[in-house]
Write a protein that binds this ligand. Structure first.
Ligand SMILES: [Zn+2]
Length: 362
């Protein structure tokens, strides 16, 4: 007899970016069915995805993602290494315009979904959605370029439904500095939060907006750890000891997440999972790589502090996870690795609920 399906609540996807870039047809196809990318509502249901953090991300105009060689301090090419040049700071008006457009996409999807999809603003909303089978969406902004120094836009976005915010994507903002996409490299890549960044963290605490540490560099991470009164959360990162990309968390960072009663959402991106950092998708990466990182973090800081943060529609993921429909394979891989049902439930969704209860104001 097949084991029962465990629902998954997910820490990060880039599906809204995919939808915006695809135009109005792509919005409609999200509610019906599409073969585009990793996810639409029907495929999510088939895979047991109950909802997740939906990121709004503004790309830099004209920027192209180009993977090149990594050079060491002497200018020598690092064998097996890679590096992606980052764009400079993004103008606020560009980020604001894009952010409002994508938010409107999301609210239109909610309105047209016939009650199938809901943007949740409280833990009670989230729990009701999980109980009723309504697809629950948490509005997340990845990179705070659309927020001004006085944080006025933050108040407005909060009222609109924003409940999770990354002060930076990887390019710098007025609030702090992100990590580069290099391999291998330490996440300690430069200075920490700015004064405005410290104010942003305090205001997020006051409002009850989750602060996402994924993409922040190490000094920024420790600044947030010192300032914030909420559990520390990295929505979509893995273990640096297993894959030394600066997007992953060192053992000391993991320990801090655990001590704060926070959570790490294990990212499915092959370049953040594989020991060799190969992000090309040209070599086979099995779904067990996700479980390997989860096991490491569980052994280090405990099962209460591990969750999932897929990066669906934003990354190359393991080959046997074709898309969201294959989530049961991931659940099965956790079982095969000896995780108990209760532990898998924690990792799959319960830890997210606990952290949100401790972070949101309602
Ligand atoms: Zn990201």
């Amino acid at each position: 007899m097949p084991e029962r399906t465990i629902p998954v609540f997910d820490g990060h996807n880039d599906t809204l970016t995919k939808i915006r870039r695809g135009g109005p047809d792509s919005q409609q196809s999200f509610l019906e069915r599409s073969e585009l990318g990793h996810m639409d509502l029907l495929r999510a249901r088939e895979g047991g995805l109950a909802g997740g953090f939906f990121a709004i991300f503004t790309s830099s105009p004209g920027y192209e993602w180009v993977v090149g060689e990594l050079l060491d301090r002497d200018g020598e090419v690092v064998s097996g290494g890679w590096s992606v040049p980052l764009p400079p700071k993004l103008e606020r008006r560009i980020a604001t315009s894009w952010t409002l457009s994508v938010m409107s996409d999301l609210f239109r999807l909610e309105a047209e979904s016939d009650g199938e999809l809901e943007v949740v603003r409280t833990v009670a909303d989230l729990q009701r959605c999980l109980a009723e089978g309504t697809f629950a969406v948490i509005l997340h902004i990845e990179g705070a370029e659309s927020i001004d120094r006085n944080l006025e836009a933050l108040d407005v976005f909060y009222e609109a439904g924003l409940r999770s915010l990354g002060p930076v994507w990887s390019r710098p903002t007025i609030f702090g500095h992100g990590v580069p996409f290099d391999f291998p490299r330490s996440p300690d890549t430069g200075c920490g939060l700015t004064a405005a960044g410290a104010r942003l963290v305090r205001r997020c605490n006051e409002l009850g907006v989750l602060i996402d540490l994924s993409h922040l560099n190490e000094k920024g991470f420790w600044n947030v750890a010192r300032i914030s009164d909420a559990p520390l959360v990295a929505t979509h990162s893995c273990a640096w000891s297993l894959c030394p990309t600066p997007r992953n968390l060192t053992d000391e960072q993991l320990d801090a997440v655990g001590e704060s009663d926070g959570v790490v959402g294990i990212n499915y991106a092959v370049g953040f999972l594989r020991a060799d950092g190969n992000e090309s998708g040209e070599v086979v990466t099995p779904v067990t790589e996700i479980v390997r990182h989860a096991r490491y973090v569980v052994d280090r800081i405990g099962v209460d502090h591990v969750a999932l943060g897929s990066d669906f529609d934003g990354a190359t993921i393991p080959d046997d996870l074709g898309d969201v429909r294959d989530l049961p394979r991931l659940i099965e891989a956790f079982r095969d690795a000896g995780f108990e049902e209760k532990e898998i439930e924690q990792i799959a969704y319960r830890n997210w609920i606990r952290v949100l209860e401790q972070t949101w104001r309602a």
